[in-house]
Design a protein around this ligand. Structure first.
Ligand code: MG
Ligand code: MG
Length: 259
């Protein structure tokens, strides 16, 4: 039995979600050819700490940085490094906060300069698959409805869904039940109830679904080395329509940056 969050808890999760959303936008402003992923990490960590929060990924099960910076064929859990971003790359930045005892967790995949039409399609379809998943996350539905919505949309473009990783509940812990796979069958899995807070996070590969774990023990790569995209938002299951706690509006509606 998964206990829904109280409205007080949801407000604390919202504060985290907004901070993560703003942090993603700060990182987005810094994304450009010639910039290292370590620089993006620094931007995020500084912004989070300046707002009185803690970057929750740093030290999480030994993770060495404040953000995951996953470039091109890295699906998730890339280490920020001295790698210099170049035109045509994509970089997914996954960011977590711990603030007032609750967690935030969201991710955006940024294009670096101009990317190919195929890459643009991967980004657009992955993001739209997230919104389809959110639309399915209503009280009375089940976790499989979310996965089905994500999977059926992404696969209709010939892309594939990573199976090894999934979304999750969030609260005092970054990862809580239920797990939220990005594939599934309608009407199956955990029942969704009003007040349940979930991170939905499609990880979509341009090529095949197979992945492998890097020697660093963390980073997940596509087996065929084709690009992967990853977007994540935190939502509250509600009757009729899910409520988004985190948002990409700070990135996309700023007026100066266009992703
Ligand atoms: Mg995340
Ligand atoms: Mg997550």
């Amino acid at each position: 039995m998964i206990k829904p969050k109280t409205e007080e808890e949801i407000e604390l999760l919202r504060e985290n979600a907004i901070l993560v959303s703003k942090t993603l936008a700060e990182v987005g402003k810094a994304v450009a050819p010639g910039v290292t992923t370590k620089t993006l990490n620094k931007v995020a960590e500084t912004f989070i700490r300046d707002h009185g929060a803690v970057p929750s990924f740093l030290g999480f099960e030994g993770f060495p940085a404040a953000i995951c910076a996953s470039v091109n064929d890295v699906v998730v859990h890339g280490f920020p490094s001295d790698y210099v971003l170049k035109e045509g790359d994509i970089v997914s930045t996954d960011i977590g906060t711990l603030y007032k005892g609750y967690n935030g967790d969201s991710c955006y995949t940024f294009p670096v300069g101009e990317v190919s039409a195929e890459t643009r399609k991967l980004l657009d379809v992955t993001k739209e698959s997230l919104y389809r998943g959110i639309a399915a996350a209503v009280a009375g539905a089940r976790v499989g409805d979310i996965g089905y919505a994500v999977q059926s949309y992404a696969e209709s473009f010939g892309f594939s869904v990573v199976r090894e990783l999934e979304g999750h509940g969030i609260g005092r812990e970054m990862h809580e039940n239920p797990g939220v796979p990005n594939y599934g069958r309608p009407g199956r899995g955990t029942h969704l109830v009003d007040g349940m807070v979930l991170c939905i996070e499609p990880m979509i590969n341009a090529g095949g679904k197979a992945v492998y774990l890097d020697r660093n023990g963390w980073s997940v790569h596509t087996a065929d080395r084709k690009y992967a995209a990853h977007y994540e938002l935190t939502i509250v299951v509600r009757k009729g329509r899910a409520e988004q706690l985190s948002t990409f509006d700070f990135i996309e509606k700023d007026g100066t940056i266009k992703f």
